[in-house]
Write a protein that binds this ligand. Structure first.
Ligand code: SF4
Length: 172
């Protein structure tokens, strides 16, 4: 940002302003399916007061820009998770919270367990632990916001670019 000498106003490219705004606001969708969700709920409590960071939990995917997958995902749940993700407006982000969401966790050998939520949606942050503490989830959210402020592309944008490149190579 620079100061315009004539008007003494702060001016900046629109993208920089958008990045700055995204670096100070995150509205996560509550998507808890197992024990990790208890830690996620704790993050929303008065003790941690995430409002001060611009983090507000939402119950509708249409109002959320970050999906926190907190818990085990089984094959029956996978299409519902994808549907909710598709209903979120871009730019959108995903945090895989806990060993189950990252790679299946203690249930990885189960016949009905998805071994990593990145098989369904692009993941921005992998947060390990069984379960991760609330402070770890807050750190993950703040890291995501820092990346946004720096203008880094989301996992969804990188995934879309990869699909476009693969489609171009297939037509050559
Ligand atoms: S990672 Fe551990 S705490 Fe989290 S949902 Fe799986 S079993 Fe539960």
């Amino acid at each position: 940002m620079v100061v315009d000498e004539e008007t003494r106003a702060l001016v900046a490219p629109l993208q920089k302003l958008l990045d700055w705004a995204r670096g100070h606001s995150m509205w996560p969708l509550t998507f808890g399916t197992a024990c990790c969700a208890i830690e996620m709920m704790t993050v929303g409590s008065a003790r941690y007061d995430t409002d001060r960071f611009g983090i507000f939990f939402r119950n509708s995917p249409r109002q959320a820009d970050c999906m926190i997958v907190a818990g085990t995902i089984n094959l029956k749940m996978a299409p519902r998770l994808k549907l909710l993700y598709d209903q979120m407006a871009a730019p959108k982000y995903v945090i895989a919270m806990g060993s189950c969401a990252v790679a299946g966790g203690p249930f990885a050998a189960g016949y009905n367990v998805v071994n990593g939520v990145d098989a369904i949606v692009p993941v921005d942050i992998y947060l390990t632990g069984c379960p991760p503490r609330p402070e770890a989830l807050i750190h993950a959210l703040l890291t995501l916001m820092e990346r946004n402020a720096a203008g880094e592309p989301s996992a969804a944008e990188l995934h879309a670019a990869e699909v476009r490149r693969a489609a171009q190579e297939a037509t050559w």
